[in-house]
Write a protein that binds this ligand. Structure first.
Ligand SMILES: Cc1ncc(COP(=O)(O)O)c(C=O)c1O
Length: 373
């Protein structure tokens, strides 16, 4: 390599350079209106998100973590219940489950990184109340098997779609699986908020009303305080910025998919497992994750070459130290733990330049080839 480029994992500054005027106009409109909370941008964004997914109701909240938590509580999950979850996800999924007072049941993953429903069947017990499915890395799993599983076992199904906004498989959008779904707008997500944000999507008006109460100190739509709640509102400013960014969703997805296609073509034949691409929206490439048994050596080589990488995630959920302090059950075959030791995520944001993409390709190919010796 003749010179070292620095390839950043995220491109927020470049995003601003691209759509800054629209963002600033939206911010100015909110500030001029004086309605920094409960302004028009909030219900407008909710309508757009409901429309994008095809759900009847969307309730925006302060984070994707709150969105999963509220979805579970609104669906009736609480103390004394057990919730089945795949053994690999961002730790927020687990926090949301434990915050309900329920017991987590960690079930190992299948070949695709989704919860292994065969093992999940072994894990179902008399107290099992819910199944949380996570659409990892932006790839949407066909919803049929999880829905059938939930039906068969009489479970509530919640979709943690934090990473898969815009994904679709066989005509079904991510955000439509189960009783309620959630997306996250944290800074690393495909539609990043200027801060944090999330949304709960549902077709059930009672679940929507429950989330409405939970996000605003227990106030009902009618204005009475009817329960214990939280302050998990989304500001009008955040909603206005997200509206502008949501309009870029398809353009950014095309860019990420093109970069992913370049990567996968370049790495074909290397000693690593490549992500499945699928049809246009089957994988929205929230992350581009390579799998190699010598992940640490590859990540080190990429760092030296100036390519920022991250690991999603370096742990199987059931092995996180704090889990031991909570009652839990584990059905593991060691697959999540193995995945956690082998994955590395390459930069995939939509503002990578051709030169940067070439550099990532060259550096990664070299790292994988060195790896093979
Ligand atoms: C799978 C998953 N679930 C939940 C969350 C929580 O979202 P947030 O960071 O918006 O709270 C995230 C991302 O952070 C995530 O990746």
């Amino acid at each position: 390599m003749s010179r070292t480029l620095h390839v950043p994992f995220t491109g927020h500054d470049r995003e601003f350079a691209d759509i800054g005027p629209e963002l600033m106009a939206a911010v100015e409109q909110v500030l001029r209106s004086g309605q920094v909370m409960n302004g028009e941008s909030v219900p407008r964004l909710e309508r757009s998100l409901a429309e994008l997914s095809g759900r009847s109701h969307a309730r925006v909240v302060n984070s994707g973590t709150d969105a999963v938590y509220f979805a579970l509580v609104a669906a009736g999950v609480g103390p004394g219940d057990e919730v089945i979850v795949g053994d690999i996800s961002f730790v927020a999924t687990l926090h949301a489950i434990l915050r309900t007072g329920a017991t987590a049941v960690f079930v190992d993953i299948d070949e695709d990184g989704a919860v292994d429903l065969g093992l999940a069947a072994e894990a179902v017990g008399p107290r099992t109340r819910a199944l949380v499915v996570v659409q990892l890395y932006g790839r949407m799993a066909a919803p049929g098997p999880a829905e059938e599983f939930a039906r068969q076992h009489g479970l509530v199904l919640v979709e943690d779609a934090a990473q898969s906004l815009g994904a679709e498989v066989a005509g079904r959008r991510s955000g439509t699986v189960g009783t309620a779904s959630s997306h996250s707008f944290d800074a690393m997500k495909v539609i990043p908020a200027p801060g944090t944000g999330g949304v709960v999507l549902t077709d059930d008006p009672a679940v929507a009303e429950s989330v409405e109460q939970l996000r605003r100190w227990g106030f009902s739509r009618a204005g009475a305080v009817v329960r214990l709640g939280h302050n998990s509102q989304m500001s009008s400013l955040t909603a206005a910025v997200l509206e502008v960014k949501l309009a870029q969703e398809e353009r950014w997805l095309k860019q990420r998919r093109a970069t992913a296609a370049t990567y996968s073509a370049a790495f074909a034949g290397s000693r690593c497992v490549l992500p499945e691409h699928g049809e246009f929206r089957e994988n929205v490439f929230h992350k581009y994750v390579l799998r190699t048994p010598r992940r640490d050596a590859v990540a080190d080589a990429l760092r030296e070459a100036g390519v920022e990488t991250l690991v999603h995630y370096p742990y199987a959920l059931h092995e996180l130290p704090f889990v031991a302090q909570h009652p839990h059950r584990v059905v593991s075959r060691g697959r999540a733990k193995k995945l956690a030791a082998e994955v590395v995520s390459l930069p995939i944001h939509p503002y990578l330049t051709d030169e940067e993409i070439d550099h990532v390709v060259t550096a990664t190919r070299a790292a994988l080839a060195a790896d093979a010796r």
